[in-house]
Design a binder for this molecule. Structure first.
Ligand code: 6SG
Length: 218
């Protein structure tokens, strides 16, 4: 067998099945930690994936897979929404939920651009990408500048905050100075990093031992 599992003492309701990367589960793991949840990791290595048996069972032929008891889900943003609903991180009403969706979709757009750079054009595209980055970051800066709570929507944390936080952490690795002209984003990253459960997770080996991406680029 090429896959292995980390087991916790008791069976947690949540299981993440994914490659040994932060990748599309970075925000999910941060959210689970902050919400005080435990989860099981099933790590799939590339050789096993290439055999195709697991792939065949995945609705879209891809990982990550997320299980909540008997519920089996695919699509990383679906996981965030599901946890948002279950753990009160999806706004107080439909209007707030719509705004949270909007910001999460905005984060997804940036994540897709980032992943294209990482997996398709890192050597040739990095400089241009970093030059263009303020055009994307400034949009989130404008939102957080106006926020009294420090969160994207209304007065409490939502799954979109975890998503934005994680994509910003990755960008600070890509370009350590990228937030220097965005004080609201810098403050947001700071205060999210200082939430006790997030802080503990970010300091854990479970987090630190995983590369951000699957091809060694970051
Ligand atoms: C890759 O794209 O990890 N799933 C990926 N790749 C394998 O056969 N919209 C959904 C979502 O949000 C996107 C899913 C996503 O959930 S994520 C997948 O399943 C396939 O399509 C990025 C990631 N890359 C690392 C990785 C492991 C195996 C293939 C890609 C090891 C590293 C690079 C090559 C081998 Fe690799």
């Amino acid at each position: 067998m090429n896959s292995f599992e980390y087991c916790q003492d008791e069976m947690p309701p949540y299981t993440i099945t994914y490659f040994a990367v932060r990748g599309r589960c970075g925000a999910l793991r941060i959210m689970l930690s902050d919400q005080g949840q435990e989860w099981k990791e099933v790590v799939v290595n590339f050789d096993e994936w290439m055999k195709g048996d697991l792939k065949k069972t995945c609705v879209f032929g891809q990982l990550p897979k997320f299980q909540d008891g008997d519920l089996v889900l695919f699509q990383s943003n679906t996981f965030l929404r599901h946890l948002g609903r279950k753990h009160g991180a999806y706004g107080k009403n439909d209007d707030e939920a719509a705004l949270i969706d909007m910001f999460n979709d905005g984060v997804e757009d940036l994540r897709v651009k980032y992943l294209k750079l990482i997996y398709q054009e890192y050597e040739t595209g990095k400089e241009t990408y970093i030059k263009d980055l303020p055009n994307h970051l400034s949009k989130f800066e404008a939102v957080l500048e106006k926020s009294k709570s420090g969160f994207l929507v209304s007065d409490s944390i939502s799954f979109a905050d975890y998503a934005l936080f994680e994509v910003l952490l990755n960008h600070q690795v890509l370009s350590p100075t990228c937030l220097d002209s965005f004080p609201a984003l810098k403050g947001f990253v700071q205060s999210m990093s200082n939430r006790p459960k997030i802080k503990a997770f970010l300091e854990s080996d479970a987090y630190k031992s995983l590369p951000i991406n699957g091809n060694g680029k970051q």
